[in-house]
Design a protein around this ligand. Structure first.
Ligand code: CMP
Length: 139
C-alpha cells in the first residue's frame, strides 16, 4: 500500500515566469492538499546534494546549475496514492512525451527545464521533504 504524501518543487524558470499560481491551481484541482510550502533558493552545492542520486548522469552539472539559477517553491503534498498520482499529474520528464493536461505539457521548456519535480518513491518523498521542511512545518 503506497503512502499519502509526496514532495515537489516548482523549478526556477517557472517561478520566474510567474507560473506559481497556475501550477498550484493544477495541483489542488488534481486533489492534492498542500501540507507545506515556501519560496527559497538553492546554492549549487545544495542542488548537488538534493540530486546526488543523479551525480553520475551526464546532465548532473546542467541540472545543478539550472536548479540554483533562481527561486524555487518546494512543497509537501497529501493525497491517497500521492507519489504515483502526482507523477501522473506532472507527466513525462521530456515535455515532448508529456500527455495533454499534465503540468509539464503546459509549462515545461525542455527535459532539464521541466517546470516541476515529483518524488519517485515514498522513501524519497520522505527524504526530500526533510531536506526542506521540519516535520513540525508540515500541516
Ligand atoms: P526531476 O523530476 O526534478 O528529476 C531529475 C531531473 O533531472 C529531471 O526532473 C530533469 O530536470 C533532469 N533531467 C532528467 N533527464 C534529463 C536529460 N536527459 N537531460 C537534461 N536534464 C534531465
Amino acid at each position: 500500500m503506497s503512502g499519502n504524501r509526496t514532495f515537489t518543487m516548482i523549478k526556477p524558470h517557472a517561478v520566474l515566469a510567474n507560473q506559481i499560481g497556475a501550477i498550484t491551481q493544477m495541483i489542488e484541482a488534481g486533489g492534492f492538499r498542500i501540507v507545506a510550502m515556501k519560496k527559497t533558493k538553492l546554492s549549487a552545492s545544495q542542488a548537488g546534494k538534493f540530486y546526488e542520486v543523479h551525480k553520475e548522469r551526464p546532465f548532473y552539472g546542467e541540472l545543478c546549475e539550472m536548479m540554483s539559477d533562481g527561486p524555487i517553491i518546494p512543497m509537501v503534498l497529501e493525497k491517497d496514492n500521492a507519489v504515483e498520482d502526482f507523477r501522473a499529474l506532472i507527466g513525462s520528464t521530456d515535455p515532448a512525451q508529456a500527455a495533454d493536461g499534465t503540468i509539464r505539457k503546459a509549462f515545461a521548456l525542455s527535459k532539464s527545464e521541466n517546470a516541476i519535480h515529483g518524488s519517485d518513491s515514498d522513501e524519497n518523498a520522505a527524504i526530500e521533504s526533510a531536506f526542506f521542511f521540519a516535520v513540525t512545518d508540515q500541516y
